[in-house]
Design a protein around this ligand. Structure first.
Ligand SMILES: [Mg+2]
Length: 366
């Protein structure tokens, strides 16, 4: 690996919903499968979520009206979206990827139910062996195929943009590695629609101008693109040159779970506030636990007053869902900052503002 460049992997599961159905029902293998709305013999509304590669041969693709898919291939197997199945498989695949990332000292970011980025710029282990992207990409594909019976495509590039375009390049079961030196040569012949950020609307604008490939796009200067598309035009100017400065955001650091409650009437009465506060705390913890987590670092209490000004107080410590008493005690201490103390001991009415909303959030999962 060239050390002064980043090495970013993008892993994308192929026709994920349809492959999950094939995995669960091996007799579907080799048959066209369409996951999405009920086709109702061609009268159904709604769209295709995913079609497997067999169904794509009939011209069926995601986001197409389900009625059209039915007309193109009435004998296809039409299935409803089975979210809990896909989430279960996704969770297992993401675990494999997070482990690979950890093994090689990388950074991992889940980008969707069926895609993730891994930054392996500094891939090495305690033997200080330098790994080649191809070995690691093969390792990833093999692990997902053998353990989860799902096919993945992997793209490797000097940034997230190139890695994502590369993973799409040889789908299904693809493996494409684009070195920094070959990035422009890789991009130039591609159709403009291969650039994430060029959707159907932008496509129409470019086609009218006879801009069909990335090479064509690269002939337009920044002021022209700005006039045409505003800030979006500037970002496409960068994309056409294979530039992308985004960093892998570690999934666990950004995640949080929260809940809040708005009182029917603004109040400063603790006998009204507290019976609402503890259930919010417990709901948040239960939601967190149901996602398979146990530990987190930070709790935050949020209060909105009658004048709509919102304040927060946080505390960081090592919390576990098994110790709900500590969480409730610390949360209450944070809430204390916002309630009128005179009310606590039931004396003179406070001149402080009344409370409109209370909220509780946990973050920094570990
Ligand atoms: Mg996919």
């Amino acid at each position: 690996m060239v050390k002064n460049h980043r090495t970013i992997f993008h892993v994308d599961l192929d026709a994920f919903f349809a492959s999950s159905e094939e995995r669960e029902n091996p007799h579907f293998k080799g048959k066209p499968i369409v996951v999405g709305a009920n086709p109702l013999n061609g009268k159904g509304r709604g769209v295709v979520s995913t079609a497997n590669y067999e169904a794509r041969k009939y011209g069926i693709h995601s986001a197409m009206p389900i009625s059209k898919a039915w007309r193109l291939c009435p004998k296809a197997i039409f299935l409803p979206v089975n979210s809990s199945l896909y989430e279960r498989i996704s969770y297992a695949v993401m675990k494999i990827l997070a482990n690979v990332s950890e093994k090689y000292n990388g950074k991992f970011e889940q980008a969707g139910i069926d895609e993730a980025y891994i930054d392996l710029s500094n891939a090495n282990n305690f033997h200080n062996h330098t790994y080649y992207p191809r070995e690691i990409a093969e390792e990833i594909k093999t692990a997902i195929r053998e353990r989860e019976k799902i096919i993945a495509s992997v793209g490797v590039g000097p940034n997230m943009l190139i890695a994502k375009i590369a993973s799409d390049f040889q789908k299904p079961d693809g493996l494409t590695i684009v070195s920094p030196q070959k990035t422009q040569a890789f991009l130039d012949p591609l159709d403009i629609r291969k650039i994430p950020g060029i959707g159907p609307k932008t496509e129409i604008i470019f086609r009218k101008l006879k801009i069909n490939t990335v090479f064509d796009l690269r002939q337009l200067d920044q002021p022209y693109l700005y006039d045409l598309l505003g800030e979006h035009g500037i970002s496409l100017y960068e994309s056409a040159r294979g530039k992308d400065k985004r960093e892998i955001a570690k999934f666990h650091e950004t995640k949080s779970v929260s809940n809040d409650y708005t009182f029917p009437n603004d109040t400063d009465d603790l006998s009204i506030i507290l019976p609402e506060f503890f259930p919010i705390v417990r709901r948040v913890i239960a939601l967190f636990e149901s996602q398979g987590f146990r530990n987190f670092k930070t709790i935050t209490v949020r209060v909105r007053f009658s004048d709509f000004k919102t304040h927060t107080k946080s505390k960081s410590a090592g919390y576990s869902v098994t110790d709900i008493e500590t969480i409730e005690r610390d949360a209450l201490r944070l809430l204390w900052h916002f309630v009128p103390h005179s009310k606590i001991i039931g004396k003179t009415p406070s001149r402080r503002k009344k409370i409109r909303l209370i909220g509780f959030r946990i973050s920094n999962f570990s």
